[in-house]
Structures are given as structure tokens and as C-alpha cells.
Design a protein around this ligand. Structure first.
Ligand SMILES: [Zn+2]
Length: 392
């Protein structure tokens, strides 16, 4: 009971970034002295601090504010086909550091372990003097088995049956939790981004290696029988299309590709932010984008709309969140995408659905990966002592 209440209070502070004692009392229904005791315990565990409130917004005595400590951090890792990104993320979901290590070719698991180990070694002095590290979260483009965290297959990385969490854990001497990147992204976006407050939503993320996604039903992520649900990238959009690595023809991710957009705008390799800058600049010009760019964007938006129509009809979501380069397509062609989806979906579902681009941008995978590492502490705040013991 007490543990559950501790979890409630810590989660409120974690998700909201800062929360007043009065709000904790109101939102949890616990009485004031109980909340006081729980906050004191979280302070003692070193997870939160209490601050004097700023200007009082309400009448009466101002209530102290509970804030997660910024020195409790997780290391976030996101291997992709063109880079390995490593970050440092605080308990309240703030990305304190993000280092993108570009790679000329796809890296083996051993090479990724070496890159991460080198980057973390570079941060070690700062980590030891200024932070307390609970562990490492890895978000990667592949299927990761629940339980042991083994990478069953990461097709674009060419990894098969790789015990990546164990390999990286041995190298760093820290606990490591791995998950599919889209799953990690939807948790981050639901908690801290565009999905805040939405109960039923669909999330599609487009990255260098393809399109993944996730489904949130009644506030809970729907994992599927083996944790692999949400592979929207493999829905059929072009029956005359090309062969996908999955064995089918005309999958969404064979038609809607970041590399085709990069080619169209003449960028060799870019992260999603650079691509978005170039495309939004072109679409904002008086004459609009180059014809060739417009054609590629329109073609991709239309295929994306075809896929989303099926998804919206099946799940009747209140919100569809588009992340990565799919968010860029939505930003530059909002009207075209929305009307293409709404124009051909059933009446009930199309009236309810809203669209949004993911809000967390380049921080998405960092926050999502870090959440994996914070999960044990958020599930049992008292476990922080043993988590940090293991880390030192
Ligand atoms: Zn496919």
C-alpha cells in the first residue's frame, strides 16, 4: 500500500515535472499528512526535492512544490543504420546531453557496444561527480523479446538473436534495458508529448530504417501476443509495388522512405531536423517547392493516407501522432494528408480523429530509451538504493 502510494506521488512529479503538495493531495485522494510522509520519504531516497512555491496563484497558504531531482539520470542509446545516438536524460524527462555519432555504414552489435562505451567513458568524470546513473535504456529498430531483452531480429541493422542488453551491460557495468524504438517512442510521446491526456491513439514513426508504430488503447500500450504489435510499415499500400524485406510487395515503408525525400532535396544524410528545415523552407517559398520535391512529397503523403485510412477505420482513434520524417510530411502537407484520410474513412471514425505531429522531435528516442531505464525505479522508488549501488 505504502509502496503504491510512493509510486503515485513519484509518477505525478515525474510526468508533470513539478507538482504542488496540494495538487498531489487533490489528485491522489490521500490525506495531507500521508502525502507529507510520502514526500519526506521520496526526499530521503534522493528522488525529489521540495521547493518553496513561487507566486501563489490561489488564495490561502501556498503549497510546497515537489520536483524530481535533475541529478538522477539514465543513459539513453539509439542505434540506427546511419548513426548511434547517446544521451543523458534526467528523471523528469529532460535531455541534458545528446551526442550523435555518425557511422559510414551499419554497425555490428560489438561496434555499437564499443561506440557507446567510448562515449560513456568520455562522460565518466561528469557522471561520477555530478550525477547518479540508474542505468541504460536502448531503443533500437528491431524486435526485442520481453524478459531477457534479446534482439530477435533487427533487419535493417542485420542483427539476429543478439543478447544486446547483456553485451552492453557487461561493457558498462550498468543495468541495461532494450526495447523496440517505436514502442519506446510511443511511451515517451504519450507521457511527455503530443499524446498527453489522449486515451486512444495511434503513433507512427518514420526513421532512416523504416516505419514503426504503436497503439494505445484506454491509456495502455497494446503490445500484441509477443510484443510486436504496431508494425504499420508493413501494411499494403501498392499492390504493384516493390519487394519488401518482409517478403511482401508494396509495403508502406517501401513507398514512404526518408531516403527518397533526402534524394529529392539533395541531402546526402541528415537527421530528421535538418530534413524538416529544408522541406519547410521550400514549402514556405512564394513559388512553393521544386516540382520534383513536390511530386515526391505528394506521392508519399498519398500512400501514407492510404495506410492511415485502414488504421483509422479499424481502431477509431481520437488522435494519430506522426513522428520522425512522417511528422515532417504532415507539417508540409497537412491539408492534403488530412483530407485524403478523412475523405475516405467511415463517417463515425473520421469525425473523431485528430492528427498531430510528435512533439519531442530529436529528443523522442532519448526520452523513450531513458524511460526504460527509469521504469524499475518508478515501479518501486525504494529500489533506487540498490540500483545506484549496482551502478557505482
Ligand atoms: Zn514489408
Amino acid at each position: 500500500m505504502r509502496r503504491n502510494n510512493l509510486v503515485l506521488v513519484l509518477r505525478l512529479a515525474h510526468v508533470q515535472g513539478r507538482v504542488s503538495r496540494a495538487d498531489v493531495t487533490r489528485l491522489t485522494g490521500l490525506n495531507r499528512s500521508t502525502v507529507g510522509g510520502l514526500v519526506a520519504e521520496l526526499v530521503e531516497l534522493g528522488l525529489v526535492v521540495e521547493q518553496e512555491p513561487g507566486a501563489a496563484h490561489h488564495a490561502g497558504r501556498p503549497s510546497p512544490v515537489i520536483v524530481p531531482r535533475k541529478d538522477i539520470v539514465a543513459i539513453a542509446v539509439n542505434p540506427e543504420i546511419d548513426a548511434v545516438t547517446i544521451g543523458l536524460v534526467s528523471l523528469s524527462g529532460q535531455v541534458l546531453k545528446r551526442i550523435r555519432y555518425d557511422t559510414a555504414r551499419v554497425q555490428t552489435p560489438e561496434e555499437v557496444v564499443n561506440i557507446v562505451t567510448a562515449v560513456v567513458a568520455g562522460m565518466r568524470g561528469e557522471l561520477d561527480s555530478s550525477f547518479r546513473t540508474v542505468g541504460v535504456g536502448v531503443a533500437l529498430p528491431g524486435l526485442v523479446r520481453d524478459g531477457d531483452g534479446e534482439v530477435v531480429v533487427a533487419p535493417h541493422l542485420g542483427w539476429h538473436n543478439v543478447p544486446f542488453s547483456a553485451m552492453l551491460g557487461d561493457a558498462l557495468g550498468l543495468p541495461v534495458v532494450s526495447s523496440n524504438d517505436a514502442s519506446a517512442g510511443i511511451v515517451a510521446e504519450s507521457t511527455f508529448g503530443a499524446g498527453r491526456g489522449a486515451r486512444d491513439h495511434i503513433y507512427l514513426n518514420g526513421g532512416a530504417s523504416g516505419i514503426g508504430g504503436g497503439i494505445v488503447i484506454r491509456g495502455l500500450q497494446f503490445p500484441g501476443a509477443s510484443g510486436f504489435a504496431g508494425e504499420f510499415g508493413h501494411s499494403l499500400v501498392n499492390s504493384a509495388g516493390v519487394l519488401c524485406y518482409c517478403g511482401a510487395y508494396g509495403c508502406l515503408e517501401t513507398e514512404v522512405r526518408q531516403s527518397a525525400l533526402l534524394d529529392a532535396v539533395g541531402l546526402e544524410a541528415a537527421n530528421s531536423e535538418q530534413l524538416e528545415n529544408v522541406l519547410t523552407t521550400q514549402f514556405a517559398r512564394p513559388g512553393g517547392p521544386d516540382r520534383e520535391v513536390l511530386e515526391v512529397v505528394n506521392r508519399q503523403v498519398d500512400f501514407l493516407a492510404d495506410s492511415l485510412r485502414g488504421t483509422v477505420n479499424i481502431f477509431n482513434p481520437e488522435l494519430v501522432i506522426l513522428g520522425g520524417f512522417l511528422g515532417t510530411l504532415y507539417v508540409v502537407a497537412t491539408e492534403r494528408l488530412e483530407s485524403a484520410v478523412r475523405g475516405k474513412t467511415l463517417q463515425g471514425t473520421r469525425d473523431d480523429v485528430r492528427f498531430a505531429r510528435a512533439e519531442l522531435g530529436l529528443d523522442l528516442m532519448m526520452i523513450g530509451a531513458a524511460q526504460l531505464a527509469f521504469a524499475p525505479v518508478l515501479a518501486d522508488p525504494a529500489s533506487i538504493a540498490s540500483a545506484l549501488g549496482q551502478a557505482s
